[in-house]
Design a protein around this ligand. Structure first.
Ligand SMILES: [Fe+2]
Length: 504
């Protein structure tokens, strides 16, 4: 599971999906592999979601045009993962099903001819390769029952789509999908190097949102699923060795897309978004919303010990912004919805009511009293939250989100409880904001928001995408640089920036 498309206000995108904007349909034309299929009319195969039908080699074609100037200290690669199905679906299609494709933009402002290069490749999972050989889709999507014949043979009932996010840990780039193993990717070529089991230490499902502790270098992660143990946490040390794995006792199997860490705790949300194969059999999707069950936050000691659970108001959460410790309490900031998105329940898109969109909330957990103070921090629907990687688990003042109608980026001052807005021009959609800190100087200290935001900007016309680089501190309305990419890029999920010094 990953970001719910229902979190997006699709009013304007429904128009594109229904073919009311010919340019989008032309830009998002489906390839030959989509000549026929049971669900090729899915909204998630049209408009800004429509897949591209080929890979592009890195730096191929003419040099990329840049409007503005790429900041001198921004050297490295921006990478983004997202669904890009190669074949027409076997049954009902959901945005979460498409084969992962990684898009990369390599930045080197000292190269006057090629300050930016673009390329994209599919993640070559075993299921992807199997379908290439068969020249058609073999696996069902998440809105269908898993392939029980494969399950009976001990194989995957769904294809590991490797389509959700990317993580960089100990010099390894991982493409992630929470239902299965990570895949290691070469960050210079985007070649898939193979399924990653960490020397057979972790073979099960692996979250798309692991957290790398900036102080210890540890990667804290988890796997979850519909059979016991419903939730298992793992910790990989700074050398890439699995030092801890522990089962976390949950009363029922639930969907957990994201979590958070502090120096002492892993912070989990036990919410009533339950696995339901009976729901799936009724054509309603694999997750049921059962608010009769309690919502609660769990603090799991990272070094071992009993879990502490704290009741909260009924909620549904896909993404957390961050968590940290203050004297006597733990603070969690997350994008909270009052109910699980109806479209995911029903297996189809809809237009959620404003109150059902995710909003930024702060949870202050008083460990001794057990009370949790819940504070709404912003009003419009926002998701895809990001902070500086160096603030993960640490007290945080600034966070960044994407408005759920794609209409702008938001910068949240969590201390002053204020928000700045960077609107997209009319007819453009933004993506997740990735924060890249300014390089540390030996003599000067820098503020938390000193750095750049990078986002993929999509024109709704179906014309080529642009990579936007924005000054995060001033949050000016004009990007410092707009890199004109050679073609459109389908709407996708999560990205990262890897500095050039880490690539060598
Ligand atoms: Fe996500």
């Amino acid at each position: 599971m990953n970001l719910s498309p229902s979190e997006f206000d699709r009013r304007k995108f429904l128009a594109t999906a229904s073919g009311l904007v010919p340019g989008v349909m032309a830009g998002g034309a489906l390839g030959k592999a989509f000549a026929a299929g049971p669900d090729t009319k899915s909204q998630f195969l049209q408009g800004i979601y429509a897949p591209v039908d080929s890979e592009l080699s890195i730096g191929g074609g003419d040099p990329l045009r840049v409007t503005g100037k790429i900041p001198e200290n921004l050297r490295g690669v921006y990478l983004r993962n997202g669904p890009n199905p190669h074949f027409a679906p076997k049954g009902r299609y959901h945005w979460f099903d498409g084969d992962g494709m990684v898009h990369g933009v390599w930045l080197d402002p000292t190269d006057t001819r090629h300050p930016a290069r673009y390329g994209c490749r599919w993640v070559q999972t075993a299921g992807f390769v199997e379908e290439q050989k068969a020249n058609k889709a073999i696996y069902p999507g998440l809105m269908e029952m898993p392939d029980l014949a494969k399950v009976a043979l001990g194989q995957d009932g769904y294809k590991n789509a490797a389509n959700t996010s990317l993580c960089w840990h100990q010099g390894k780039l991982l493409a992630l999908w929470e239902g299965g193993s990570p895949h290691t990717i070469d960050p210079k070529t985007l070649k898939t190097l193979g399924r990653e089991t960490f020397r057979d230490a972790w073979k099960g499902s692996f979250t798309a949102h692991p957290k790398v502790d900036p102080v210890t270098g540890e990667m804290v992660f988890f796997g979850y699923g519909p059979v016991k143990p419903y939730l298992r946490m793992g910790i990989m040390d700074a050398k890439g060795v699995l030092t801890r794995q522990s089962d976390i006792d949950l009363p029922r199997s639930i969907m957990i897309h994201d979590f958070a860490i502090t120096p002492d705790y892993a912070v989990f949300l036990d919410l009533p978004q339950t696995f339901s194969f009976s729901n799936l059999a009724l054509g309603k999707g694999v997750i049921a919303w059962e608010p009769r069950f309690p919502s609660r936050i769990g603090l799991i000691p990272r070094k071992g010990g009993n879990a502490l659970w704290f009741p909260i108001t009924t909620a549904s959460v896909f993404h957390t912004l961050n968590a940290w410790q203050e004297p006597g309490k733990v603070v969690l900031v997350a994008c909270r919805m009052p109910t699980y998105p109806a479209d995911v329940l029903a297996g189809k898109a809809n237009d959620p009511a404003p109150g059902d969109r995710p909003q930024l909330y702060k949870y202050e957990i008083d460990i001794l009293s057990g009370k949790v103070r819940e504070t709404q921090l912003d009003d419009p629907g926002t998701d895809m939250p990001r902070v500086a990687d160096s603030r993960i688990g640490q007290p945080t003042r600034f966070g960044y989100t994407m408005e759920t109608d794609f209409a702008g980026l938001r910068k949240h001052d969590l201390k002053q409880v204020t928000t700045s807005r960077l609107p997209m021009p009319s007819g453009w959609a933004c993506g997740e904001p990735v924060f890249v800190p300014a390089p540390k100087s030996a003599t000067e200290s820098i503020t938390e928001d000193e750095g750049h935001l990078i986002t993929l900007a999509q024109p709704e016309s179906g014309k080529p995408a642009e990579l936007w680089i924005v000054d995060a501190k001033s949050f000016d309305k004009e990007p410092l640089a707009r890199i004109h990419l050679p073609r459109r890029i389908p709407a996708g999920f999560h990205g990262i920036f890897v500095p050039a010094k880490d690539l060598n």
